[in-house]
Ligand binder design. Structure first.
Ligand code: AHR
Length: 542
């Protein structure tokens, strides 16, 4: 079945030596460094608040909810729960997401969307039929659909990122959904929405043109040029309805694909003129990919930097060939760690409603890599404008629910720090070569990974620091080139003795942030020691 063949496909890719990750894409200074220096000499960084990328789009800290497992049903919507509000939304989850301030949420899939008929999920609930979702072999009651999702987004303060079905769906049905959502009144589909009790248009601005259409596991999978043409047609029809849309074409499902980059080029050759962005997806594992070696695993965010650079260069190549002035942006609309709950009963719903699928349990080292991946997104924020941690609730998720409440998985913390502290623009952090270690396919990897932001409006600087060294603390020292910092506002660290430690309903605080060591200032220099196996955030008022 579709969900199984993706796994089979991944296995085949690994066996045939298709690259699962690639060379180190870190800055030139680090690349030039061949030999390790002693752990006692500090990493040296240079920060200048005048040296930044353009203001980052907060949508790079978005997330994703798919009709999959217990993400929607039991996760965010559970009318029979004692915790449900009047709309059937889980009020504890609503509160948690509101507090997090997730800016954008992709919906309704994922693989699910490629067989989804949006009309099944609108109108009086009593008239909606349960259907078999073939992507995950699950029964979907359709009690939650377009209007419920958009009401939920409003309730949590998030923008929707809607995916349309370009698997079994047609460009016409995609344009009809835009009409249903965005036209005020006086047309067939807008009047249907009004009949369904929603007078005001939703004005959904960002749309994904299908999902992972390069994958043989995808319902409606097709060749790059077929998809490129279909995406162009869908984009044209959708824009005839609303010309203010921002549209994302499906790029490769990841570097493991044999058609990686070639797919992106062929697709864009067909639809470049009609779209604004291309998608990237990536899931990282610590099994076969790394031989279970945590040092290798913690370096994998560098292959996210590389993937971004590669896909961006394909966009630029097609732009050049077309002699266009339009520069596409990137939508990294699925990323996370995911390698345990990805086969057998973890991906097969056995025709149940809301089965337990993809319920990955995250440990400390997963959270450290998620921190590194956030660093990669921040330093590529001149090109990536949307990115979605896949996913948000119960399914490969930072938040897990049961009938009585919720708990935060380890990966919740680096994600929430990005949302709390990464404001303004990414700092272009200069660094001197520091100690490195060798990682197959990535080359020399620095033990310390850094990203930073400067918020001129709020007058704050934040630094995000990953220490990949499993055994030693590492000193870092940075020079404030545009003047010294004034006041430390926050300092948190996620670390622990056991990289495999997890949270759960039994012990929700096994892995939790601790107050970080206070940095020491001397003139325009600040120094701090990062504990081994750690991810830290510091924020200063400037
Ligand atoms: O996020 C889980 C699944 O991973 C999505 O449905 C699909 O797009 C990807 O393969």
């Amino acid at each position: 079945m579709a969900r199984e063949s993706r796994r089979g496909f991944l296995r085949k890719a690994a066996a045939t030596g298709i690259a699962l990750s690639a060379d180190c894409a870190f800055g030139g200074l680090a690349r030039a460094r061949q030999a390790a220096s002693p752990s006692s000499s500090p990493y040296k960084f240079y920060l200048d608040t005048r040296r930044t990328l353009p203001t980052l789009d907060r949508n790079i800290f978005g997330s994703f909810l798919e009709h999959l497992g217990r993400a929607i049903y039991e996760g965010i919507y559970d009318p029979n729960s004692k915790l449900a509000d009047a709309n059937g939304f889980r009020s504890d989850v609503l509160q948690e997401i509101r507090k997090l301030k997730v800016p954008i949420v992709r919906y309704p899939g994922g693989n699910f969307v490629s067989g989804y008929h949006w009309l099944d999920g609108v109108g009086p609930k009593a008239d909606r039929s349960a259907v078999l979702d073939k992507a995950w072999n699950t029964i979907d009651t359709n009690q939650f659909g377009t209007n419920e999702f958009l009401a939920w987004c409003k309730a949590v303060g998030a923008e929707p990122l809607f995916a349309v079905n370009l698997g079994t769906g047609t460009p016409e049905s995609a344009a009809a959904l835009v009409e249903y959502c965005n036209v005020e009144k006086g047309t067939k589909w807008s009047d249907l929405r009004r009949k369904h009790g929603v007078a005001e248009p939703h004005n959904v601005k960002r749309w994904c043109l299908g999902n992972e259409m390069d994958g043989p596991w995808q319902i409606g999978h097709m060749s790059a040029s077929e998809y490129g043409e279909k995406a162009a047609d869908a984009a044209r029809q959708m824009r005839y309805v609303d010309d203010s849309l921002q549209l994302v074409a499906c790029g490769s499902s990841g570097p493991f694909m044999p058609t990686y980059l070639q797919w992106d080029r062929e697709v864009l050759e067909q639809c470049f003129d009609y779209v604004d962005a291309v998608s990237l997806h990536r899931y990282f594992g610590n099994g076969k990919e790394t031989d279970g070696d945590s040092s290798r695993f913690l370096a994998l965010n560098l292959s996210m930097d590389k993937q971004i650079a590669e896909v961006a260069s394909v966009c630029d190549y097609v732009q050049g060939r077309k002699k266009s002035s339009k520069r596409l942006w990137l939508s990294f609309d699925e990323w996370n760690v995911w390698y345990r709950a990805n086969s057998g009963s973890a991906v097969n719903g056995n025709r149940q409603i809301a089965p337990h699928l993809l319920e990955e349990v995250y440990n400390l080292e997963d959270a450290l890599l998620v921190g590194g991946l956030i660093n990669s997104l921040v330093r590529n924020s001149n090109r990536v404008r949307v990115a979605c941690l896949a996913q948000l609730i119960n399914v490969i998720a930072p938040i897990m629910t049961n009938g009585n409440g919720l708990y935060r998985q380890t990966i919740y913390y680096p994600y929430s720090w990005a949302l709390d502290y990464a404001h303004g623009a990414a700092l272009e952090v200069l660094r001197e070569p520091g100690a490195t270690y060798e990682v197959p396919e990535l080359g020399q990897v620095p033990y310390v990974d850094v990203a930073g932001t400067f918020d001129s409006a709020g007058g704050t600087v934040s630094l995000f620091l990953l220490n990949r060294d499993l055994n030693k603390s590492r000193q870092v020292e940075w020079n404030w080139e545009s003047g010294g910092s004034s006041r430390l506002l926050a300092g948190w660290v996620l670390t622990g003795k056991d990289l495999k430690a997890v949270n759960g309903f039994d012990k929700p605080d096994r892995v939790e942030p601790q107050a970080a060591e206070r940095p020491v200032n001397s003139g325009t220099t600040t120094r701090v020691e990062l504990p081994p196996r750690s991810y830290s955030v510091y924020q200063w008022a400037m």
